[in-house]
Design a protein around this ligand. Structure first.
Ligand code: CA
Length: 304
């Protein structure tokens, strides 16, 4: 509840500041009078702010499961009356709605998985206000996660919307410029050339681009492997291939790990040259073609 009371006070202060702007204050107004006025206005504003968020089911047969404050928003989760169980991880048959004051800005629809709504913590778009981060997970050990980031300037507008399957994503400021990047991986190659556990999942970075007012894939700018990292990754691949000389699956996926780090880093030709060097089985050409097919198809690789 700490966040709730803090935010309400901000509303109160903002409200008070707006009142002051419209008045002529002479120098005789003392500090304690100001604090007293602020306290009085705060109390009034807290009551009105609390009454602002409507308590209206977003559909038939739904009951309110949880309401919480996220930054300047109120997030309500409504659960199906017919199937009211909510697991410890948050798995439920739920509809999540988001309010800013008395205005509903998002209805995330009916979801049978886990829906999380968080604040980006810092401003991404440059309007001085944090964004809303919505993560949906289907639940279970594998698959599927999606992340949408909304900038709320009047209406909610998505600045990132990405399905990452088995790959979790996180907002992290990789270049310390105050605007977080979105780091995830590409699970396009899961089960394509070997079992899931050994499948390469190249790291991917999406960065916010001011001109496009949206996130775009920017992996080469952030995760281009250094010569040292590449040498270590190639050594690991060679070792795995030597230890499993008869296992074609292991060979394919081991070789692809450093190869894909180059390709996703924007160095496609170098990546393919490395693949030809590392993997010399009869299906080498086939592997190369299928790999590039998957790379081109993926929305998380750079355009080929
Ligand atoms: Ca913003």
């Amino acid at each position: 509840m700490g966040g709730l009371s803090t935010c309400r006070c901000e509303i109160a202060v903002d409200f008070f500041a707006r009142q002051v702007q419209g008045m002529t204050i002479n120098g005789a107004v003392s500090a304690w009078r100001l604090s007293l006025s602020l306290a009085t206005v705060s109390a009034a504003a807290i009551v009105s702010a609390a009454a602002q968020t409507p308590n209206v089911p977003p559909g038939k047969g739904l009951v309110l499961h949880e309401q919480r404050q996220v930054d300047r928003f109120v997030v309500q989760q409504w659960v199906s009356e017919a199937s009211p169980d909510v697991s410890a991880s948050g798995l439920c048959e739920c509809v999540t709605v988001v309010y800013e004051g008395n205005r509903q800005i998002l209805n995330l629809g009916l979801d049978y998985g886990i829906t999380r709504v968080e604040s980006s913590g810092s401003d991404i778009t440059g309007d001085g206000r944090a964004e809303l981060v919505v993560t949906k997970h289907s639940g279970g050990a594998h698959c599927c996660e999606s992340t949408t980031i909304y900038s709320v300037e009047g209406v909610a507008r998505d600045i990132l919307s990405v399905s990452t399957g088995n790959c979790p994503g996180e907002l992290i400021d990789l270049d310390n410029d105050g605007v977080p990047e979105f780091q995830t991986c590409d699970d396009t190659f899961a089960n394509a050339f070997c079992s899931f556990a050994f499948s390469p999942m190249p790291a991917v970075v999406l960065a916010y681009e001011k001109a496009r007012r949206a996130y775009a894939v920017a992996t080469p700018r952030y995760l281009n492997p250094s010569a040292r990292q590449l040498a270590a990754s190639v050594a690991t691949a060679r070792k795995a291939m030597e230890e499993n000389p008869r296992d074609a699956d292991t060979s394919r996926c081991s070789a692809l790990a450093p190869v894909l780090s180059l390709i996703y880093g924007g160095r496609v030709d170098e990546g393919l040259a490395l693949l030809r060097l590392l993997y010399r089985r009869p299906d080498a050409l086939q592997l190369e073609h299928k790999t590039m097919q998957l790379v081109r198809k993926s929305t998380l690789s750079i355009g080929q």
